[in-house]
Design a protein around this ligand. Structure first.
Ligand SMILES: [Zn+2]
Length: 56
């Protein structure tokens, strides 16, 4: 199971989304924008998910 979590990016934050959730990428984008002021592109997040899946 692949999760995108703020902790992976060095934030002291418990937020995470499961990649299998609908709109997982949108949720993470919205969260990081609102809470951390960082905008991740969908392309970047897709790459991150792909990389994590390959490692699993
Ligand atoms: Zn966060």
């Amino acid at each position: 199971m692949v999760k995108i979590s703020c902790k992976n990016y060095g934030f002291d934050c418990e937020f995470e989304v499961n990649e299998s959730e609908p709109d997982a990428i949108n949720k993470f984008q919205k969260h990081s924008m609102v809470e951390h002021g960082i905008e991740y592109s969908s392309g970047t997040l897709n790459q991150i998910i792909m990389r994590m899946k390959n490692q699993a």
